[in-house]
Write a protein that binds this ligand. Sequence first.
Ligand SMILES: Nc1ncnc2c1ncn2[C@@H]1O[C@H](COP(=O)(O)OP(=O)(O)OP(=O)(O)O)[C@@H](O)[C@H]1O
Ligand SMILES: [Mg+2]
Length: 247
Amino acid sequence: MIEVNNLKKVFKSTKKKVEALKGISFKAYPGEIFGLVGPNGAGKTTTLRILATMLSPTEGDAVIDGISVKEKPMEIRKKIGFLSTETGLYDKLTGEETLKFFGKLSGLDEKEIKERSEILFKSLGLEKDRKRLVSEYSTGMKQKLSIARALIHNPDIIIFDEPTNGLDILATKTVVDFLLDMKEKGKTVVISTHILDVIEKVCDRVAIIHKGKIAANEHLEKLKENHNAQTLEEVFFKLVSFEEEKS
Ligand SMILES: Nc1ncnc2c1ncn2[C@@H]1O[C@H](COP(=O)(O)OP(=O)(O)OP(=O)(O)O)[C@@H](O)[C@H]1O
Ligand SMILES: [Mg+2]
């Protein structure tokens, strides 16, 4: 389980100060997919990077399965699988070698790496490409390999920033089905995206984030009901334009 408590993040440079997060709180539960949705610059990546201990919060904290990201970042890293839009892959390795490399970094032995690789290549539809060099991979194949890389150690907590970025409808479906399978297995999954269709397909609970604040946080169906909307898109426009008017 993830509990995010009043996260604030201020980025300071010599010239200016950006208040990226102005007090974000939410909870994500095992066996559920929680979606963070919001326009560009809303604070989605900043929130997820704090959860993944890549950034420290200016104020507030997040607690993952009882462990604080501020107090024990190294323990958190073992528990989570983090996919960022900048997850690195090495061109000169094959898909298989990539998983071996990152599996070793996570402390897995050969047998565990082999078993996990089989499962991940199969469920992500990368089996026939596993022996090819990453430099020969398409955008979609790289994204799927990045997902496999993030989950090689079979973490209970999955934090994915824009998991379907750059994917066509077929690859998107593979990733969507994969996420639903993770949920079935009881994992706690948090994703960010601005692709509302993906949110509608996978998320149980959704938080709309805008200008560093949570504008709504509900079960998907309840959110639509409360705003008298047929689609998430309608809710999104209502809330985001309302916030624009206020500011
Ligand atoms: N390292 C940084 N230094 C300064 N400002 C930053 C930094 N990272 C993010 N920001 C600012 O924080 C705000 C939130 O950015 P963030 O990347 O979290 O948005 P996002 O919701 O992920 O947007 P997108 O949909 O474009 O990915 C933006 O105003 C951004 O310019
Ligand atoms: Mg982002």
